[in-house]
Design a protein around this ligand. Structure first.
Ligand SMILES: *[C@@H]1O[C@H](CO)[C@@H](O)[C@H](O)[C@H]1NC(C)=O
Ligand SMILES: *[C@@H]1O[C@H](CO)[C@@H](O)[C@H](O)[C@H]1NC(C)=O
Ligand SMILES: *[C@@H]1O[C@H](CO)[C@@H](O)[C@H](O)[C@H]1NC(C)=O
Ligand SMILES: *[C@@H]1O[C@H](CO)[C@@H](O)[C@H](O)[C@H]1NC(C)=O
Ligand SMILES: *[C@@H]1O[C@H](CO)[C@@H](O)[C@H](O)[C@H]1NC(C)=O
Ligand SMILES: *[C@@H]1O[C@H](CO)[C@@H](O)[C@H](O)[C@H]1NC(C)=O
Ligand SMILES: *[C@@H]1O[C@H](CO)[C@@H](O)[C@H](O)[C@H]1NC(C)=O
Ligand SMILES: *[C@@H]1O[C@H](CO)[C@@H](O)[C@H](O)[C@H]1NC(C)=O
Ligand SMILES: *[C@@H]1O[C@H](CO)[C@@H](O)[C@H](O)[C@H]1NC(C)=O
Ligand SMILES: [Cu+2]
Length: 567
């Protein structure tokens, strides 16, 4: 069990290490990637872990620190590690996505990654960024306010990371290869998890159920990461309203809510006030899925909030009521409430003078099966694919960053379109099957240094509309607007929030709707952008930005580290 007291001990250790290295602000850690036996749901297998832990170790840092992680691959597969939400100014070399910014770390080799924090403050995370190994290779990265500053909310009595995960009884590499050869959806998973535990409603899981012990009258900071592979999640705690205070390494205007909706890739920080009668209460998470007919695990994972004291608890913990799995309104209502804190200590800087307008359609497509035998997808003779502006992204064999840096031709093209090549009623019903045809290429969008970008994601109803949690590397962006239907450039910008929009690195584009984001392209490098549903990313819902160097030396990509993995 990962108790509050253990978290406190970790925090105490953190404080000691901070005091010891106060001048340096460089922390160094070792990540040993290895296969570790793990028993869950009455069955055992070996999973890839970092330092033998699942979820992996929590990294602690202070705003603006640099963290060096020596990643040793002692497993038998290629791997890379991504520091999700860390902007890595001028340092794309350590960002991690395989064949975008680096070649894989091969078995038996090591890569020292330099994680450069800047203005991030709150909860971020790290995860594998090659094939589907992030299912078990992930953990939290907590960034504390600088010395002399505090949280912009009352100091919590304790902090508890809450990592939502997804579990298959079979090997994740097998799940992936079956998924890729079938052309259909991945095998339905066997459980969702809270901090590595499915909870006491699953067989062989009761004793290990994650539990937080709380004291009446105290307030706790829960730092939630959604590390689930393929679903947005709803989460709620019985009888307790929570107060949302942060997301994606940035503070929010606090608001109370009965539930949370969180996309894979996002983090939500919230306060739990222990203000209910002494008892034990379930916290539960279950999926939100907007696509009709999609096959997915509908199970509920549970953990327990238990009050300390002398009392007779109810025979079983009280249960919360969660929104039903297809409740689009509850999902968009929660996300629509996110607003930047925007106070004098945490000012916003929303770009107003847009220089580069982009509209990217995000679609599910189909592709003919290579032969009749290997495709078992629900659509006869076709396999699923996915695209951004009608291009399904093909990962190259050498990473794009290296090709860009060394001027290697033939690795990628620079023709990624600014707008969908064909204008159609993106969210209309009964769209023609021929619209599912798409290109399959490796194209990047080149941005001038300092461009002020507005990017509107347009969901489409090709095959089926569904939410897409879009994640951008190297940046946080302001989410200035969203809506249902087709984006209308005359009408919709009038509804933008340019005052206190949330600063995110992952945002769910609502089913058959659109989402507008803004950022200033002031971080030169090669930066991946993709849907954070693994199945959509594997189908090609990805693209890459190259942000050119600026004129000054402080505006250029740093030189590569000497130990970059080689292809
Ligand atoms: C998980 O979902 C499956 C299928 O919906 C159901 O049969 C099973 O009972 C559920 N298990 C738990 C522990 O909720
Ligand atoms: C769970 O805990 C109980 C009580 O300590 C013990 O009797 C039981 O054997 C444990 N079950 C497992 C599967 O470890
Ligand atoms: C949408 O959800 C919000 C929050 O749960 C609720 O207040 C509102 O009434 C709902 N609207 C509709 C149309 O169901
Ligand atoms: C935006 O552009 C206008 C006209 O070019 C200029 O007057 C204004 O100062 C700019 N605003 C910002 C915030 O850069
Ligand atoms: C696929 O199946 C169809 C009809 O069953 C058949 O006509 C066609 O020859 C098959 N194609 C291949 C490549 O096996
Ligand atoms: C779409 O197709 C279905 C079934 O073919 C039909 O019932 C429905 O009216 C169509 N909707 C529109 C908007 O054309
Ligand atoms: C997508 O690209 C294909 C191949 O170039 C083209 O035939 C098709 O019209 C395009 N479709 C859309 C919706 O842009
Ligand atoms: C976009 O909105 C404007 C203003 O509301 C409206 O006049 C126009 O018809 C809309 N365009 C489309 C394609 O719906
Ligand atoms: C591991 O990465 C190397 C370098 O890119 C590549 O040559 C090799 O095929 C990869 N191995 C596997 C099993 O994918
Ligand atoms: Cu998606």
């Amino acid at each position: 069990m990962w108790s509050v007291s253990k978290v406190l001990v970790l925090q105490f250790m953190l404080l000691c290490s901070l005091l010891a290295t106060e001048a340096a602000v460089v922390h160094r850690h070792k990540f040993i990637i290895e296969e570790t036996p793990y028993t869950k749901l009455c069955s055992s297998k070996k999973i890839l872990t970092v330092n033998g832990k699942f979820p992996g170790p929590v990294l602690y840092a202070t705003k603006g620190d640099t963290v060096i992680v020596d990643v040793y691959n002692k497993g038998s597969e290629n791997i890379t590690i991504h520091w999700h939400g860390v902007k890595q100014p001028r340092n794309p070399w350590s960002d991690g996505p395989e064949f975008i910014t680096q070649c894989p770390i091969r078995p038996g080799t090591k890569f020292s990654q330099r994680i450069v924090l800047s203005d991030e403050e709150g909860t971020l995370w790290w995860h594998a960024h090659s094939d589907w190994s992030r299912a078990t290779v992930h953990g939290a990265l907590l960034v504390y306010p600088s010395k002399g500053s505090q949280f912009p909310f009352p100091k919590p009595s304790a902090e508890v990371p809450i990592i939502l995960g997804e579990w298959w009884k079979s090997d994740i590499s097998q799940v992936l290869s079956q998924f890729l050869s079938s052309g259909g959806d991945p095998a339905v998973s066997d459980a969702y998890m809270i901090n590595g535990q499915p909870g006491d409603r699953y067989p062989c899981s009761k004793n290990d159920t994650f539990k937080i012990n709380v004291e009446y009258g105290k307030t706790y900071l829960l730092r939630m990461v959604n590390a689930v592979m393929n679903n947005i999640m709803f989460f709620s705690i019985a009888n307790h309203q929570i107060t949302v205070v942060g997301s994606d390494g940035s503070y929010l205007k606090p608001f109370k809510s009965d539930y949370i909706a969180i996309s894979p890739g996002q983090t939500i920080d919230f306060l739990l006030e222990a203000n209910q009668p002494l008892n034990h209460y379930y916290m539960e998470a279950q999926p939100y899925s907007s696509a009709p007919g999609a096959a997915f695990n509908r199970n509920t994972t549970t953990a327990v909030v238990e009050y300390r004291g002398n009392y007779t608890p109810s025979s079983s913990p009280l249960r919360p009521t969660l929104p039903v799995f297809n409740d689009i309104n509850s999902s968009v209502t929660f996300t629509g409430k996110l607003r930047s804190l925007a106070d004098s200590k945490h000012p916003v800087n929303v770009p107003l003078n847009v220089t580069t307008n982009l509209l990217y359609s995000v679609s599910i497509n189909t592709l003919p099966c290579p032969d009749n035998s290997s495709c078992t997808s629900p659509i006869r003779g076709s396999r699923f694919a996915a695209s951004v502006n009608n291009i399904s992204f093909i990962l190259p064999k050498i990473d794009i960053l290296q090709a860009y840096h060394k001027h290697i031709n033939g690795v990628y093209g620079k023709q990624f379109p600014d707008f969908p090549p064909l204008n159609f009623d993106f969210t209309g019903s009964n769209l023609s099957v021929t619209l599912r045809q798409h290109d399959r290429r490796t194209e990047v969008k080149v941005l001038e240094y300092g461009s002020v970008v507005e990017l509107v994601f347009q969901g489409t109803n090709l095959l089926s509309g569904i939410d897409h949690p879009m994640h951008l590397h190297g940046y946080s962006f302001y989410v200035v607007g969203w809506g249902f239907g087709n984006f209308n450039r005359t009408r919709d910008p009038q509804t933008y929030n340019l005052v206190d929009p949330p600063l995110m690195n992952t945002i769910a584009v609502p089913r058959n709707g659109w989402t507008a984001i803004r950022f200033v392209a002031d971080n030169p490098g090669v930066w991946f952008m993709h849907c954070h549903f693994e199945r959509h990313a594997s189908w090609g819902m990805e693209m890459t930005f190259i942000v050119k160097d600026g004129k000054r030396s402080s505006e250029r990509v740093l030189p590569p580290p000497p130990d970059m993995p080689k292809c």
